[in-house]
Design a protein around this ligand. Structure first.
Ligand code: HEC
Length: 99
């Protein structure tokens, strides 16, 4: 019995070996996981617009206009001010790759 449990455990370990899912699993860049706390994936009913389906250029442009105040907002102006241009570009590129 113990031997079987050990065998199953080893099989589970083998299935999560780093690199096994390298093609499908891409970790978000720094800061990107914070966006998902408010911006839900498509199909989830929330008042906050989804970021999925936007191009990287659209996200970068909106973040820059939130930061400058050109686009009025309740929270995004303050959030956008917390990120540098390279960080915003990395986050936007990552979101644009999520389907
Ligand atoms: C505290 C909740 C919250 C967080 C965290 C947050 N957002 Fe937002 N976001 C909003 C809200 C609310 C709006 C609507 C504009 C407003 O009122 O600020 C919005 C709007 C946007 C829009 C415009 C969407 C559209 O279709 O008009 C973009 C782009 C965006 N956010 C990007 C981001 C990115 C990138 C991050 C992570 C760095 C992020 N947001 C984190 C709440 C949030």
């Amino acid at each position: 019995m113990a031997g079987r449990a050990l065998f199953v455990g080893l099989m589970l370990l083998a299935s999560v070996t780093p690199g096994a899912h390298a093609a499908t699993l891409e970790l978000p860049p720094a800061g990107a996981s914070s966006c998902g706390g408010c911006h839900a994936p498509p199909g989830v009913d929330t008042a906050v617009p989804t970021l999925h389906g936007k191009t990287a250029a659209e996200i970068v442009a909106q973040m820059q206009s939130f930061r400058s105040g050109a686009q009025p907002s309740t929270v995004m102006d303050r959030i956008a001010k917390g990120f540098t241009d390279p960080e915003i570009e990395a986050i936007a590129a990552w979101y644009a790759r999520q389907k």
